[in-house]
Design a protein around this ligand. Structure first.
Ligand code: ARG
Length: 566
């Protein structure tokens, strides 16, 4: 559609000297309903220059522009000139693009190999992988795929929360009450129990907090017992996380978590010192950010131990040295906005010009219907349970419809998991929302299963036709409104991806596949595809094939599968 817009702008430019080509392109709109054409040019801005009423200008412009080539009709309406594009030409260019580029349709190389890091998921070891983590996990994965599709050299990092004072607490709790067998049988729930017990008991016995701090210091100093326990907690937790990543089909290029930077922090502290940025404050060392209206950045505590922030500083510097990134994206909940603002500022104050290439992609919180999630109070919904229930429910529905359905387990996994992923991505990321089992397990309306079902419907038609789909068809037969609506959506794919990247919003892609599914289902409802007339049948099959391919490509960008049968 962009090409059509540009050729319309060219025609307008010939008639309007007072606006630049770019200004004209910028003014062209898509009218609110399709009876008004595919594009509209508002004449209000010209009223002053031409010293005429906008509707007069619109009428004169329409009169003077000849409908030819990609423009089928030009018509004035109020202060607008409405353009109708040549629908057969649209059909030809879109269908040829999709069916020749296939799985590459939508891709481009505008990224020119620039290095982009997407850091996402980053759960905390020994704590549940709960429903709150799903957003960073699926948003990050989709962003990774979107960047990758536009020719960026993309690296996925899982910044595991595998370090920090909580490991001191866990060691104390495990030594007091832990049972090795129980942890091995069910690591995270068992470690979580210990963590909760620690907090309960520490309320009455605050000296336990000191004990925990002492164990963390031991860990930082490489104490053998502390390190062995820590390593074991980490390994057992990762086994659980990996089960979820397998279900979601998500991989990482690097699992360098917080512990990875334990030996890289002294250098950062030295650098801060050299730049004169460090200040003593009650035994702790801080970077004062008062001038920027932020609380100070805490670099070391009064016992010398480092913090979450110290590790983020070390990680950013390490990543810049290792990957030479042009952009480093952090997909982390908006509760951490201040944390990111603070340490981005510290990087800037250290004189790193690349501070401007650090991007925090925040997202809203997930609450539970009965209140906020609380790890300490044991009020959590495990992500694995959500995915498993979604799979179970899909399986039931499939078998109820067809007890002999093929490949049920595989398809139920693709659809059930897809339903959860799609729901997460279809909200704009900044909104908070309340998790609801009912909504997550309902597949009606604008859901992932609906889009996947539309894809499977295309596959079914193509299977039934059982004939070769070619681009050598009569495109005049696809100039009806229903086909044109489908084609217009397909044509917007690349623009959607690029727009989504500009805002780091995968939600643009969920909108794309939904719009396409809706347009296609309208076409499918109103038109027969497998008609007697071979010329018409071939044309419509090409449209079905292009739709199928575009939905598949869209779903894959979201990290979902496109099963051929459901
Ligand atoms: N592990 C942290 C948490 O669960 C998220 C880490 C985010 N990434 C970062 N570079 N700080 O809250």
């Amino acid at each position: 559609m962009q090409d059509f817009k540009l050729s319309i702008a060219e025609c307008l430019k010939e008639k309007i000297e007072d606006l630049s080509f770019e200004e004209i392109v910028g003014l062209i709109e898509v009218p609110p309903n399709k009876d008004m054409g595919d594009f509209a040019f508002p004449c209000f801005k010209l009223a002053k220059v031409f010293r005429k009423a906008p509707n007069m200008i619109a009428a004169e412009l329409s009169e003077s522009i000849e409908a030819k080539g990609s423009i089928a009709k030009v018509m004035p309406m109020g202060g607008y000139v409405n353009f109708f594009v040549n629908k057969s030409q649209l059909a030809e260019s879109v269908i040829k693009d999709v069916l020749t580029q296939k799985e590459n349709y939508g891709r481009s190389d505008i990224g020119k190999g620039e290095n982009v890091i997407v850091e996402f998921s980053s759960p905390n070891i020994a704590k549940p992988f709960h429903i709150g983590h799903i957003r960073t996990t699926v948003i990050g994965n989709a962003l990774y795929k979107m960047y990758e599709s536009q020719g960026y050299n993309t690296t996925r990092i899982n910044h595991l929360g595998d370090y920090g004072t909580q490991f001191g607490k866990l060691i104390v709790a495990f030594k007091k009450w832990g049972d090795k067998k129980a942890v091995e049988a069910s690591p995270i729930p068992e470690l979580l129990k210990l963590y909760i017990q620690f907090h309960d008991e520490a309320e009455a016995h605050p000296e336990m907090e000191d004990e925990a701090r002492a164990w963390f210091t031991k860990l930082e100093n490489g104490d053998e017992e502390a390190t062995a326990l820590w390593q074991w907690f980490r390994d057992e937790s990762l086994k659980e996380f990996n089960r979820v990543y397998d279900l979601l089909d998500i991989e990482f290029d690097s699992l360098a978590g917080e512990s990875f930077y334990s030996d890289k922090m002294p250098r950062v502290i030295d650098m801060l010192n050299e730049k004169g940025l460090l200040k003593e404050s009650k035994g702790a060392r801080i970077v004062d950010l008062e001038e920027y209206k932020m609380p100070p950045a805490l670099i070391t505590k009064n016992d010398g131990s480092t913090l979450y922030m110290t590790r983020d500083l070390a990680a950013a510097i390490y990543r810049h040295e290792t990957y030479n990134f042009d952009k480093c994206v952090y997909v982390v909940g908006s509760q951490q906005n201040l944390h990111f603002e603070q340490w981005f500022k510290v990087i800037e104050l250290m004189g790193f010009e690349w501070a401007k290439n650090l991007v925090h992609v925040g997202f809203g919180m997930v609450a539970l219907e009965n209140g906020t999630m609380s790890t300490r109070k044991g009020r959590v919904v495990f992500l694995e349970d959500v995915l498993k229930q979604a799979i179970e429910k899909t399986k039931e529905t499939m078998l109820a419809k067809n007890p002999n359905a093929l490949n049920v387990d595989e398809i139920a996994k693709q659809v059930g998991v897809g339903a959860v992923v799609f729901q997460e991505l279809s909200n704009s990321r900044i909104k908070d929302y309340t998790f609801s089992w009912d909504r997550t397990l309902s597949f009606d309306g604008e859901t992932g299963p609906y889009v996947q079902y539309t894809h499977a419907r295309c596959c079914a038609v193509l299977r039934k036709a059982n004939e070769e789909v070619t681009t050598d068809i009569n495109y005049e037969l696809l100039n009806d409104v229903d086909s044109a609506e489908v084609l217009k959506v397909i044509a917007s794919f690349n623009k959607c991806i690029v727009a989504g990247l500009r805002k780091n919003e995968p939600h643009v892609i969920t909108r794309f596949v939904l719009d396409l599914a809706q347009a296609f289902n309208k076409f499918y409802h109103d038109n027969s595809i497998l008609v007697e007339d071979a010329e018409l049948r071939k044309a419509r099959l090409a449209l079905v094939a292009a739709t199928r391919q575009s939905i598949e490509n869209g779903l894959k960008l979201l990290g979902m599968h496109a099963p051929e049968r459901m």
